[in-house]
Design a protein around this ligand. Structure first.
Ligand code: ATP
Ligand code: MG
Length: 423
């Protein structure tokens, strides 16, 4: 074992059992997104490094120190995507799809950031994200948030709370930025090293500090909401009214900012107290300027991304089961004739939608029954020499008390479908 190859630190294997909850999230999310008219896009995991520098921002943690970047064989500078929005915007501009009114898109897949691995924070992690392009008003902001609330509701998740804020326009934020710089400069002795560094290039990010020692000085900082322009204030008020109307509970956190530079106006986060320090499960906001910034026509936009690892951990904490991948039926086949007949009967069952795991690699009747038990199947269908002669199968319930039945070979599929329907 000692010299066997190991996975890269912070990059996890997702093996079948762990994936059951993932599959449930993906299945439910797909149907919820579909119910709101969102369509899936699948984009490259590698992009030019420049795309991320131009969108996420030069002075963000992601671009400054977290990207997996390299020069490829042609000398091009490439990066593994650290998030999904930049690629989505690039694809929309490149395809011309943003020219035709509204686009609602969603995506899923791995993202890469060279962060310090810990609970809820990995170097390869997975996001499910949605983006809507072409709507400037707060109706789409509300729709997006209502959609995320529906997702939690259908998954059965509890203890997630919503915080919202408005970052205003880039112009109003500039005024706020100055107020913030003069406030934090006056309190420089209370700042940690990271925040001192941010003071020059990215003072808003100081508000996002996770350092407990910084919380007091952050709490007393000027509030962004006092610096909003009139249009942003109206937008925010309308969003709040729409959320109130939909019965969505939220709190306004005037210190909520995001780690990416492209956000403007609405930002929001769904978080829980129960996952430790990495409690934010879903985060998003408006990025009206990004399409232009990347060379497209002015296109308002808003989106969010949820972190699959954190969401799935929360599900397991709340004992929400995943999708069951156990078979319905395990086929026990003793002897060559039974094997041949059994494989044909299994095909017939699969035609009828039954999930069948066939015994492979022979083995005694006893050994096969053991495998049947371990498979998690509801029924064993047993074919031995006697069954072949009588043209019947023995159907044995494995997970509930009931006696086994001899069923005519031609009726066994119908019988099982009926029995499974009752479960
Ligand atoms: P955080 O404040 O937790 O670092 P972030 O602001 O960097 O998150 P976004 O870039 O907005 O997060 O990503 C959206 C979501 O993706 C996060 O809310 C989180 O659930 C998840 N996420 C982000 N980074 C990681 C990571 N390194 N490992 C696991 N999940 C992550
Ligand atoms: Mg982060």
């Amino acid at each position: 074992m000692s010299d066997s190859v190991q996975a890269i630190r912070g990059m996890n294997d997702l093996l079948p059992e762990r994936l059951e909850r993932w599959q449930r999230v993906e299945r439910v999310a797909r149907s919820v997104f579909h119910a709101y008219g969102y369509r899936e896009v699948r984009l490259p995991i590698l992009e030019k490094t420049d795309l991320f520098a131009r969108s996420i921002g030069q002075h963000t943690d992601i671009v400054e120190k977290e990207m997996y970047s390299f020069v490829d064989r042609n000398g091009d500078k490439l990066s593994l995507r650290p998030e999904g929005t930049a690629g989505v915007v690039r694809a929309g501009i490149q395809s011309g799809d943003f020219r035709s009114q509204l686009q609602r898109w969603w995506y899923a897949g791995p993202m890469f950031r060279h962060e310090r691995p810990q609970r809820g924070r990995y170097r390869q992690f997975h996001q499910l994200g949605v983006e809507a392009f072409g709507v400037p008003g707060p109706d789409i902001d509300a729709e997006l948030i209502i959609m995320s609330a529906r997702l939690w509701r259908i998954l059965g998740l509890k203890a997630l709370s919503l915080e919202i804020n408005s970052l205003g326009t880039p112009q109003s934020r500039e005024v706020y930025r100055e107020a913030l710089v003069s406030y934090f400069s006056a309190h420089e002795s209370e700042l940690d090293a990271d925040s001192v560094r941010r003071l020059e290039h990215n003072p808003l990010r100081i508000l996002d500090s996770k350092n407990p020692d910084m919380q007091a000085v952050i709490q007393s900082a000027p509030s962004l909401l006092d610096f909003l322009d009139q249009e942003s204030t109206d937008h925010f008020d309308q969003l709040r009214a729409l959320l109130d109307n939909a019965g969505i509970v939220y709190s306004v956190n005037p210190r909520l900012v995001r780690g990416l530079d492209y956000y403007a106006r609405t930002v929001f986060e769904w978080a829980t107290q129960t996952l430790g320090a990495q409690g934010t499960v879903c985060a998003g906001g408006r990025f009206d300027g990004l399409v232009v910034q990347l060379g497209g026509k002015p296109t308002p936009a808003i989106g969010f991304a949820l972190g699959m690892e954190r969401l799935v951990e929360l599900m397991s904490e709340q004992q929400i089961p995943g999708d069951n991948t156990d078979p319905d039926v395990f086929m026990v086949m003793a002897g060559d004739a039974a094997q041949t007949r059994g494989m044909a009967v299994a095909e017939e069952m699969r035609d009828a939608g039954v999930q069948v795991q066939c015994n492979c690699n022979g083995g005694s009747f006893k050994a096969q029954m053991k495998r049947a038990d371990r498979s998690g199947a509801h029924y064993a269908v047993i074919l031995g020499e006697d069954e072949i002669v009588a043209n019947r199968a023995t159907v044995k319930p494995l997970r509930h008390e009931a006696s086994q039945q001899q069923i005519e070979m031609g009726s066994v599929t119908r019988y099982l479908v009926e029995q499974l329907d009752k479960i």
